[in-house]
Design a protein around this ligand. Structure first.
Ligand code: ASP
Ligand code: MG
Length: 467
C-alpha cells in the first residue's frame, strides 16, 4: 500500500476516443503510484442526458435515446474485451435502468432536482465501466466503482451538492485502501456522491474535478492530477489573446477565482478539499504528459508579482435595486441576497451605494431574479432596473494586495481604448479584482489588461501575432 499514491482524474475528452485508453494505461504503467482514478462522463453525454430529461418524451424517443447511449459506450470498449464480459453486462444493466427512469419521468411529467441528479449520474456510471474494462484489456488490474455506492457522502443540495469530507473519509477510505491492498487500480465515478437520504447528488457541471479532490482528501493523497486534452491554466484565453502563455503555478485562491470567473480549466470548488488536506493539484495535458502543466498547492503563493492571469464571464446582467436609502435600510442587502439565493440565482458579484444595490447575475436568471426581488417588502424597494447584458473581467494575482497602483494601471489601460467600465469590485478578495463592461468591448478590454502587464504581441512579417 503506497501512502504516496496519486489521484488521477480524467476528463470527458480523455475517455471519449478508443485511442485515449492506451494513453491512460501507459500513464499507469509509467507510474505505479497512480492507483486511484476518477473519471468524467464521455464528452457530451451529460449534455444529452440533461436534454433528455428537460421535457416529457415519447416512448419511441426514449428508446432511441437509450439505444444511442448503449451504442456510444459499447463502441468504446476495446475489441479484445471478451463478449459477455462484466462491462458489457453492466452497460446493458445501466441502460435498462436509465430507460425505466426516463419512462418514469415522462409518465409523471415531473422532474425534481433529485431525480435529475440521478439521471445525470448515468454518464459517469457508464464511463467508469468502459474505462476499467479497457484498462483490463491493456493489462491493468482495474475495477470500477460508483462513488455513491462506496461512501462518497454529500449534503442534500441536489444539483450543486458539497461533499461531507470527514464522513467520506470514514466510509470510503478503508474500502479503497483494501482495493489497493489487493493490487487493484480503482476507477471511480466523478460528479456525484450519496446524500444523507441515500440518493445520488451531483456537484454541478464539471464536478468530477471536485470529486477527485474529495477522494484525495479521504485517502490523504498528496497529489491530484487533473488530466485534460489541453494544457493547464494560461495568462488569458488564447482565443482572445493570441500571445497568452501557460502558467506553471497558481495559488489555491488564484486558481479558485479564475475558475469561478470563467477560466474553464477546473471546477471552482475543487481547490476546497485540496486546500483542506494540503494536497497539490497538477493540471496536465494527456497529449503531452512530460509537460509539467499548472501546479496549485500549499507552496505556490507568490506575492512578488502583479497580475498573473485575466479571465472573463459572458452573458451576465446587472440588476439594480433602488431604495430611498439602501445604506440605512438595515438588512436590505441580506434580504435581497437571501431572496436570490433561495430561488437558485447565483450572484457573481454585488456592489452597494447609499441608494442602490447592484447584483450581477447570469442573463438567463434575470427573470427569476426579478421575481424573487419583487417579493421583498415594498417599503424596502422603490424600483428594480435591469441593465443591458454585460461581461465580467477578472484579473488575479497574489501580489494584488501588496503592490501599489495595479488597479489604476488596469483602468487606465481600459479607458485609453475608450472602453467604459460599469461596475467594479475590488478588495473583497486580496487576490482577485473584477469589473464589468459592455459585451461588445469584452475582447478589447481583456487584451488591454493583458498587454498592460505582459506587453504587446510581437508582430512578425506577414502580420501574425506570436508570443
Ligand atoms: N460529466 C459532468 C459534466 O459534464 C461532470 C464532469 O464532466 O466533470 O458536467
Ligand atoms: Mg464533462
Amino acid at each position: 500500500m503506497t501512502e504516496f499514491a496519486k489521484l488521477a482524474k480524467f476528463g470527458g475528452a480523455c475517455v471519449s476516443e478508443p485511442d485515449m485508453y492506451r494513453r491512460i494505461a501507459a500513464l499507469i504503467r509509467d507510474d505505479a503510484t497512480r492507483r486511484f482514478l476518477v473519471v468524467s462522463a464521455i464528452s457530451s453525454v451529460t449534455d444529452s442526458l440533461l436534454a433528455a430529461v428537460s421535457k416529457p418524451r415519447a416512448e419511441k424517443e426514449i428508446d432511441s435515446f437509450v439505444a444511442e447511449m448503449r451504442r456510444v459506450h459499447l463502441r468504446l470498449l476495446s475489441k479484445g474485451e471478451p463478449a459477455g464480459d462484466v462491462a458489457v453486462e453492466a452497460i446493458e444493466a445501466l441502460c435498462t435502468k436509465l430507460s425505466r427512469l426516463l419512462y418514469g419521468i415522462s409518465y409523471t411529467e415531473e422532474i425534481t432536482p433529485r431525480v435529475q441528479d440521478f439521471a445525470l449520474s448515468f454518464g459517469e456510471r457508464l464511463a467508469a465501466q468502459v474505462v476499467a474494462a479497457n484498462l483490463r484489456t491493456d493489462g491493468v488490474d482495474a475495477v470500477s466503482f460508483e462513488a455513491d455506492q462506496i461512501g462518497l457522502m454529500t449534503d442534500e443540495n441536489y444539483g450543486n451538492a458539497s461533499a461531507l469530507l470527514e464522513e467520506t473519509k470514514v466510509h470510503m477510505a478503508p474500502f479503497l485502501r483494501r482495493q489497493e491492498g489487493a493490487g487493484h487500480v480503482s476507477v471511480i465515478t466523478g460528479f456525484f456522491g450519496q446524500s444523507p437520504e441515500g440518493k445520488t447528488a451531483t456537484f454541478g457541471r464539471g464536478g468530477s474535478d471536485y470529486s477527485a479532490a474529495v477522494v484525495a482528501y479521504a485517502l490523504g493523497l498528496p497529489l491530484i492530477e487533473i488530466w485534460k486534452d489541453i494544457g493547464g491554466f494560461m495568462s488569458a484565453d488564447p482565443k482572445i489573446v493570441p500571445e497568452a502563455f501557460p502558467l506553471a503555478a497558481l495559488s489555491y485562491d488564484e486558481a479558485a477565482e479564475l475558475s469561478y470567473f470563467g477560466a474553464k480549466v477546473l471546477h471552482p470548488r475543487a481547490v476546497q478539499p485540496a486546500r483542506a488536506s494540503g494536497a497539490s493539484i497538477a493540471v496536465k495535458n494527456i497529449y503531452d504528459p512530460k509537460e509539467p502543466g499548472t501546479r496549485i498547492g500549499p507552496d505556490t503563493v507568490d506575492r512578488t508579482g502583479d497580475v498573473k492571469s485575466v479571465s472573463y464571464v459572458q452573458d451576465l446582467t446587472t440588476l439594480k435595486v433602488f431604495t430611498a436609502g439602501a445604506g440605512v435600510k438595515e438588512g436590505l442587502l441580506s434580504h435581497a441576497a437571501i431572496a436570490l439565493a433561495s430561488s437558485g440565482v447565483n450572484v457573481y458579484t454585488a456592489a452597494t451605494s447609499q441608494t442602490c444595490i447592484a447584483f450581477v447575475v447570469e442573463s438567463d436568471a434575470v427573470g427569476q431574479a426579478k421575481k424573487s426581488l419583487g417579493r421583498l417588502p415594498p417599503t424596502a424597494v422603490d424600483r428594480i432596473e435591469v441593465a443591458p447584458p454585460a461581461s465580467l473581467i477578472c484579473f488575479v494575482g497574489e501580489g494584488l494586495g501588496y503592490a501599489k497602483g495595479i488597479a489604476a494601471r488596469v483602468f487606465r489601460a481600459v479607458a485609453e481604448r475608450g472602453i467604459n467600465v460599469q461596475l467594479i469590485s475590488a478588495g473583497a478578495s486580496m487576490v482577485a479584482y473584477h469589473f464589468t463592461v459592455d459585451t461588445k468591448d469584452l475582447e478589447r478590454a481583456v487584451q488591454a489588461v493583458h498587454r498592460e502587464f505582459f506587453g504587446q504581441p510581437i508582430r512578425v512579417a506577414g502580420g501574425a501575432a506570436t508570443g
